[in-house]
Design a protein around this ligand. Structure first.
Ligand SMILES: Nc1ncnc2c1ncn2[C@@H]1O[C@H](COP(=O)(O)OP(=O)(O)OP(=O)(O)O)[C@@H](O)[C@H]1O
Ligand SMILES: O=P(O)(O)O[C@H]1[C@H](O)[C@@H](O)[C@H](OP(=O)(O)O)[C@@H](OP(=O)(O)O)[C@H]1O
Length: 296
C-alpha cells in the first residue's frame, strides 16, 4: 500500500463525528434495480447512510438496528410484520407505513381526496375524470358504461396499484364492443385531452422537482371515427419519455403554472422557475404570467 493510499484511509475529524444511519430496505427486485443505484449508494455512504437488505427469512426485530425502514412491499402478511415492528420500535422511522398508503394502492380511493377538495370552481381545471370501477365480469362492462353515461374513448387502469409492472399498464378502448376485452378489476375513466404532455412533481421535504413527460396525445373527432378496439400501453410517461427539452406549444407549456400555483404557492413557483420552465418564455414573463393568472 502506498503512503498516499494510507493517507486516504484516515477518516477526517469531520467524518469521525458524522452520525451513521442504517436504512433497512425491503424492495422488489424491480425497485432495487431502479432505485438502489451505485450513485445513490455512494452519495448516501458519503453522508453516513448505509442501505442494508431486510432478510425475509428472519424476524424483522432480530435484524438491524435500523434507523429507517424503507419498503415497497404489499400483502397482508408483510403489513402485519411491519405494524408489529412499529409498535415494538416506535423510534424507527418506517417510511410509508401500510395504513398511511392504503388509499394510494387503489386507484379509486387515491383520487377521492382530489374529488373531496372540490376544486371544480378553479376554472373547472382541477378534478377527477368521470370514472367507473369494474370489479368483475368483463362481459357486463358495455352495459355498466352505458348506464353510467361515460363517453368513449375510455382509459382502463388496473384497480390495484401495487408497484408491479402490470399495475402501470394502461389501455384505451375506443368502442363499446371492445370494452369486453378488458380485464377487471379495473377503473374506467373518460379520456381527458391534455395536450399530450404530463408534468410530474417530485417532493421530498423541502425539495421539489418538476419534470415534463410526453403523454397520450389528444383524441380528435377524427380518431374517434377511425379508431376501434383496445390499444395497450405498458408504460405511458416513463422517464424515457422526457419532454424537458422539447419546444412545446406555449399553451401546453404554460398549463402547469396555473395548477402548481393553486396547490403549492410561491415555493413551488420558485422551484419551477429555477427548474423546468418553457424555453420559449423569459423567466420574468413566466413570473408575471403566474401572478396575473393564478390568483384571480
Ligand atoms: N383519464 C385519462 N385521460 C387521458 N390520459 C390519461 C388519463 N389517465 C391517465 N392518463 C395518462 O396516462 C399516464 C399514466 O396514468 P396513470 O393514472 O397510470 O398515472 P400514474 O399512476 O400517476 O403514473 P405512474 O404509474 O407513473 O405513477 C399519464 O401520462 C396520464 O397523463
Ligand atoms: O419513471 P418515473 O417517471 O419516475 O415513474 C415512476 C413511477 O412514478 C413510480 O410510481 C414507479 O414506482 P412503483 O412501480 O413502485 O409504483 C417507478 O417504478 P420504478 O422505480 O420501478 O422505475 C417509476 O415507474
Amino acid at each position: 500500500m502506498s503512503p498516499c493510499s494510507i493517507q486516504t484511509l484516515q477518516p477526517s475529524p469531520q467524518h469521525q463525528q458524522q452520525r451513521q444511519y442504517v436504512v433497512g430496505y425491503a424492495l422488489t427486485s424491480k425497485k432495487v434495480k431502479s432505485f438502489l443505484q451505485p450513485k445513490l449508494e455512494g452519495l448516501a455512504r458519503n453522508n453516513g447512510i448505509s442501505f442494508v437488505p431486510i432478510d425475509h427469512n428472519r424476524p424483522l426485530s432480530d435484524q438491524g438496528p435500523f434507523d429507517v425502514v424503507l419498503h415497497k412491499m404489499t400483502g397482508r402478511e408483510w403489513r402485519q410484520i411491519l405494524e408489529e415492528y412499529r409498535q415494538i420500535h416506535p423510534k424507527v422511522l418506517v417510511l410509508d407505513p401500510p395504513d398511511a398508503i392504503k388509499r394510494l394502492q387503489n386507484r379509486q380511493s387515491m383520487l377521492q381526496c382530489v374529488a373531496d377538495m372540490n376544486l371544480s370552481e378553479f376554472c373547472g381545471k382541477v378534478g377527477v375524470p368521470r370514472q367507473l370501477v369494474i370489479q368483475r365480469d368483463a362481459s357486463s362492462i358495455p352495459d355498466f358504461v352505458a348506464k353510467a353515461g361515460l363517453r368513449l374513448p375510455l382509459v382502463a387502469k388496473p384497480l390495484v396499484n401495487d408497484g408491479s409492472a402490470k399495475s402501470h399498464e394502461l389501455s384505451i378502448a375506443y368502442d363499446r364492443f371492445s370494452l369486453q376485452k378488458l380485464e377487471p378489476p379495473l377503473v374506467l375513466q373518460e379520456f381527458v385531452n391534455h395536450g399530450g404532455v404530463l408534468f410530474k412533481v417530485f417532493i421530498v421535504g423541502e425539495a421539489i422537482k418538476v419534470v415534463r413527460r410526453f403523454s397520450l396525445p389528444n383524441v380528435t373527432k377524427r380518431d374517434l371515427l377511425s379508431n376501434a378496439g383496445v390499444y395497450r400501453f405498458p408504460r405511458v410517461s416513463c422517464a424515457a419519455a422526457s419532454a424537458d427539452d422539447a419546444d412545446l406549444d406555449p399553451s401546453v407549456a404554460g398549463m402547469m403554472f396555473y395548477h402548481v400555483t393553486v396547490f403549492e404557492g410561491t415555493q413551488f413557483i420558485e422551484s419551477f422557475l429555477l427548474g423546468t420552465y418553457s424555453k420559449d418564455y423569459p423567466k420574468n414573463f413566466v413570473k408575471d404570467w403566474i401572478w396575473e393568472n393564478a390568483w384571480v
